[in-house]
Design a protein around this ligand. Structure first.
Ligand code: NI
Length: 177
């Protein structure tokens, strides 16, 4: 089921997500919904808090809809080590239409549980390394705009408030007979 993606700023996006205690059918259903939601929104990553679920679950696919598509679900991901730095123009499904350059580690090694509850370790570089850092940030209540200047962040905040007001107006308009 495609879920609604929460738009920043929103208090839930600032909260820390709780670790998953047991990878059960409920968690796997959450993972399925998150993949559906991410693909429907043309994203390459999604964290559970973005759909209002404060659990440490992220989904990633940096090559969606391609033959070599590699969907990865990470439960309780922890970045174990990083190497180097890189700068990439990042966006976020919770901040639609915006992108800003953010400095990140170039390579990360991440430990996590997969959807069957098995421990995994992955060393990632390129866009996947950036996406892993972006999504694990979400689990700490941190957004990519927390890495940019306050001036840029406030400009984006104004545009997102306007966007939310427009969406709310649309919703009320379409609810009328
Ligand atoms: Ni994001």
């Amino acid at each position: 089921m495609v879920r609604e993606i929460i738009i920043w700023p929103d208090p839930v996006l600032k909260k820390k997500a709780a670790p998953v205690k047991k990878v059960d059918a409920e968690v796997r259903a959450l993972v399925d919904d998150m993949f559906e939601t991410m693909y429907a929104a043309d994203g390459v990553g999604l964290a559970a808090p973005q759909i209002g679920v404060l659990q440490c679950v992220v989904v990633l696919d940096t090559t969606p809809r391609q033959p070599d598509s590699k969907p990865v679900a990470m439960i309780n991901p922890v970045i174990l080590s990083t190497e180097g730095t890189t700068i990439y123009s990042e966006g976020c499904l919770s901040i639609p239409g915006e992108a800003e350059e953010v400095e990140r580690a170039a390579v990360v090694t991440v430990g996590y549980l997969d959807a069957s509850g098995k421990e995994q370790t992955l060393r990632a570089e390129g866009l996947l390394a950036i996406a892993i850092q972006h999504e694990t940030d979400h689990l700490q209540g941190k957004m990519f705009v927390d890495h940019i200047s306050a001036l840029k962040r406030e400009m984006i905040r104004k545009r997102m408030k306007r966007l939310k007001a427009e969406r709310e107006a649309d919703r009320q308009g379409s609810a009328q007979p």
